[in-house]
Design a protein around this ligand. Structure first.
Ligand code: ZN
Length: 208
């Protein structure tokens, strides 16, 4: 075993101690799952939803990808991993909430905003999902580069929220009041959390 991985083997031993040997009815938790929440988060190593929200195994059904993007509904013969996980969470697990979590200093969004993605095979086409966010930010005037990045990260959440509703099964459940969709934004510099308010047409503090 590689030495740099030893720390995680030790971590698993602690996990086992906590969940399989203590009186935390751990075996019940791992018997079946019925999470109420689907979380869609970035693959970034610093934004693990289970850690951010102090959640337990079984709390979140989870999708993670570059920049926590939701692609639009497309029905063809490609491999739609995100769409399959969405369908499973919504139609099989019957989650009541979907939370999309964006974050500050997202490398994917930074790549989208730069022209430095020409040597990649899959990154640029994937990030193209957030192109509408970039277009909205590009017309902003009197805003510095830093603010544009933060704005694009937030706008990308809105693009993904919109794309969620292109899935007929999701739109139907949202309209029936069986499913709620949320856009949250984690500021990893300040340690704050915001949520998109459709009523206010703005991101407002959840935890400041
Ligand atoms: Zn990210």
């Amino acid at each position: 075993m590689h030495k740099e991985l030893d720390v995680y083997i030790e971590g698993f031993k602690r996990f086992k101690e906590n969940w399989f040997k203590s009186g935390r009815k751990a075996r019940e938790v791992f018997k079946d799952q019925s999470p109420k929440v689907l979380v869609i988060a970035c693959s970034d190593s610093r934004v693990d939803p289970a850690l951010l929200f102090d959640a337990d195994p079984g709390d979140f059904f989870m999708i993670r990808n570059l920049s926590s993007l939701v692609p639009p509904y497309v029905k063809d013969s490609s491999f739609h991993g995100i769409s399959a996980a969405l369908e499973y969470a919504v139609c099989k697990v019957n989650v009541s909430h979907i939370i999309i979590i964006g974050h500050t200093h997202c490398a994917g969004i930074a790549t989208l905003m730069s022209d430095d993605d020409s040597d990649t095979e899959f990154i640029a086409p994937w990030l193209h999902i957030a192109e509408p966010a970039l277009l909205r930010v590009n017309v902003m005037e009197h805003v510095d580069d830093e603010a544009k990045h933060r704005a694009c990260e937030r706008e990308a959440i809105l693009v993904s929220l919109g794309n969620l509703l292109t899935f007929p099964g999701i739109k139907e459940r949202v309209q029936a009041g069986k499913l709620s969709i949320h856009g949250w934004y984690f500021n990893m510099t300040k340690g704050t959390l915001e949520r998109w308010s459709g009523k206010d047409k703005a991101f407002i503090p959840l935890v400041s």
